[in-house]
Design a protein around this ligand. Structure first.
Ligand SMILES: NC(=O)CC[C@H](N)C(=O)O
Length: 314
């Protein structure tokens, strides 16, 4: 175990190549709102032997209103976005910045840039696609526009209690793959299902799914009853993936999260080689190696040993 850690930290120090990821979010909230997202990006960038250059882009700086209000912020945000190797729209709540997140999803889609949408990020990709590909101009989530004529993201039936939106869908749940050709399925190690953690109140409207799929936006992973859209993949794009769950909660340094790993592989131009090699990682890191609890225990043990030695030398 110690050897693996040493190897990992040596590799990090030796890395010369950089990968730039644009994280399009809201940065006036809690400082560590995105800490597990950023850690997951680091796990995966190390796995693909690149140093992570993270660009935190304020989503509403990408919106047209900002062009008038503060043109330099607007142009700077767009410059940061378009010069990144990959785009990540993470989870979130509240209306501010949603249009900017949809614009980022649109840019990545139409420019063949690797994209990962997590939770709200997936919902933004669906809203953007419904507006610009299905031609439903006012398509929206009822979270942000309850009166839209085209509610493509809706509150989930069992949570629609009429009072304060009810509770959230939380915790570890199963997602079943419905096709072998899914890129995420391959990245997860060709399993027929995955278990990931959830934290949301809204979901893709099942009544719009056949129209979206008819235009190439495929929902390749669904809940056990088939009702909930959990994984979206866009056909014909190098890597345009959305997940309704939060894969960052289960990412570990030596077991990077599959959707994040896919983003980093695609952003460093390694995804197709990885696919043709039969999805084997370098011998330094193995996606399927080790079990989570064992790893956590070993990590905890390591940090205790480390702080002991710090104390003894001071
Ligand atoms: N965690 C999230 O990103 C939540 C997304 C959205 N606000 C919902 O409740 O469904």
């Amino acid at each position: 175990m110690m050897m693996r850690w040493k190897d990992l930290s040596d590799r990090h120090d030796r890395l010369l190549k950089e990968v730039t990821i644009a994280l399009v979010g809201k940065y006036t909230q809690l400082e560590d709102a995105y800490s597990s997202v950023i850690k997951s990006l680091q796990h995966s960038s190390l796995c693909v032997s690149h140093r992570l250059n993270l660009r935190c882009i304020e989503a509403d700086h990408l919106e047209a209103a900002m062009m008038k209000e503060n043109p330099s912020k607007y142009h700077d945000a767009w410059h940061q976005l378009v010069s990144a190797n990959g785009v990540l729209v993470p989870g979130g709540f509240g209306k501010r910045g949603v249009e900017g997140k949809c614009l980022a999803a649109n840019w990545a889609r139409t420019n063949n840039k690797p994209f990962l949408g997590v939770c709200l990020g997936l919902q933004c990709a669906v809203i953007e696609y419904s507006r610009n590909v299905l031609g439903l101009e006012d398509a929206h989530s009822t979270e942000f526009n309850p009166k839209t004529k085209n509610p493509v993201v809706i509150d989930m039936p069992e949570h629609n209690t009429g009072q304060m939106g009810g509770t959230m869908r939380l915790g570890k749940r199963k997602t079943l793959f419905n096709t072998e050709s899914s890129i995420l399925r391959k990245l997860y190690g060709k399993q027929s299902f995955v278990e990931e953690r959830h934290r949301h109140r809204y979901e893709v409207n099942p009544t719009i799914v056949s129209q979206l799929e008819g235009e190439g936006m495929k929902f390749v992973g669904r809940s056990e009853d088939g009702e909930r859209m959990e994984i979206m993949e866009l056909q014909g794009h190098p890597y345009y993936v959305g997940v309704q769950y939060h894969p960052e909660y289960l990412s570990r340094p030596m077991k990077p999260s599959a959707p994040y790993l896919g983003l980093l592989l695609a952003s460093t131009g390694k995804l197709s080689t990885y696919v043709t090699r039969g999805f084997r990682l370098s011998p330094h890191l193995s996606y399927s190696e080790g079990n989570d609890e064992e790893l956590d225990e070993e990590i905890a043990q390591l940090s205790i040993e480390k702080s002991d030695s710090v104390e003894s030398t001071s």
